[in-house]
Design a protein around this ligand. Structure first.
Ligand code: CP
Length: 317
């Protein structure tokens, strides 16, 4: 594996899942693999889970890790070509990425979208610049449109809980939020579930919240949340801003919040969320604190999925 920025970079999702679960059983079995190798983690935006789980994964493989919060500690980066840099940006990504490639063996990058210019965000110009100019494998720590490390942990969690032999019914539902959030997590979850092909997959959202069909094609899509949740084995809850009316909040309908009453209509459905989650806005306390919530197990699995990805990249160096 030379980069990990999309489900398309995973040649075999089931074998990545198996490796992740193997790392969970025996975290330190491959400590020699990353010896004398360095992982650089570049954050243009905040993070709790991705930052810490990826560091632990790398250390489990014997790697050194350097974390760099570009948003707080770095020079402001320029991504456009041919510009006269007489404004606020101090360093071009052409040099920054190439220099980082001299220092580290693998580079992780987190870069959220601006949510004002869809074409620009969906071009993935930030992460693609690091892929192009760093000269080392790049791992997405969540880009403008996708969050593959999260999605791999999500499918690992579904497999861990549900096992093999039957297809679980998975419902992803939009829920309200106070801020306009990216589409990266729902795009990515849909992309991975569709590529995995091991689930009966439904997406529910209010009218106007249709995602890019490049990611959702193959899923059943409905504006009826009750219909989607009925008999679901897994309920993936997430807010996102509109894709077509790009970055807009079109609804804050509280009736879409996931409550204990709604979960009673599922097939003892396990409730997933990538976190952080706003309690009693997105999901009710009773659900998050109840027996159906697997959000902490899901976040714990971020370590093992990152370890499976880093292992595969290290083997290709
Ligand atoms: N789910 C996730 O990516 O969490 P962080 O933003 O805290 O890394």
């Amino acid at each position: 594996m030379k980069k990990f920025i999309s489900a398309q970079d995973a040649s075999n999702i089931n074998s990545l899942i198996e490796r992740a679960l193997a790392h969970k059983s025996n975290p330190l079995a491959n400590q020699e693999l990353g010896k004398n190798k360095t992982l650089g983690l570049l954050f243009l935006n905040p993070s709790l889970r991705t930052r810490i789980s990826t560091q632990i994964a790398a250390k489990n493989l014997g790697m050194e890790v350097i974390v760099f919060n570009v948003d707080k500690e770095g020079w402001q980066l320029e991504f456009s070509d041919g510009v006269v840099m007489n404004g606020n940006t101090s360093e071009h990504v052409r040099e920054a990425a190439a220099v980082l490639g001299q220092y580290v063996s693998i580079l992780g990058v987190r870069s959220f979208p601006g949510l004002t210019d869809r074409e620009k965000d969906y071009s993935e110009y930030i992460i693609n610049s690091f892929v192009k100019f760093s000269g080392v494998p790049v791992v997405s720590l969540e880009s403008a449109t996708l969050h593959p490390l999260q999605s791999l942990a999500d499918v690992v969690t579904i497999r861990e809980i549900f096992g093999t032999g039957r297809k679980p019914k998975v419902a992803m539902t939009w829920a309200p939020h106070v801020k306009a959030l990216p589409q990266a997590v729902p795009n990515s979850f849909a992309q991975w579930i569709n590529a995995w092909g091991d689930c009966d997959f439904t997406i529910a959202h209010p009218e106007g919240y249709e995602l890019d069909t490049a990611f959702t094609k193959g899923a059943t899509i409905t504006n009826n949340q009750d219909e989607a949740l009925a008999n679901a084995d897994f309920v993936y809850v997430k807010n996102w801003s509109a894709y077509h009316q790009y970055g807009k909040i079109l609804s804050s309908d509280h009736s879409w919040m996931v409550t204990t009453k709604k979960i009673e209509k599922t097939n003892h459905g396990k409730v997933m969320h990538c976190l952080p989650v706003r309690r009693n806005v997105v999901i009710e306390d009773g659900v998050l604190d109840g027996p159906n919530s697997i959000v902490v197990q899901q976040a714990g699995n971020r370590v093992w999925s990152a370890q499976a990805v880093l292992e595969q990249i290290l083997k290709s160096l």
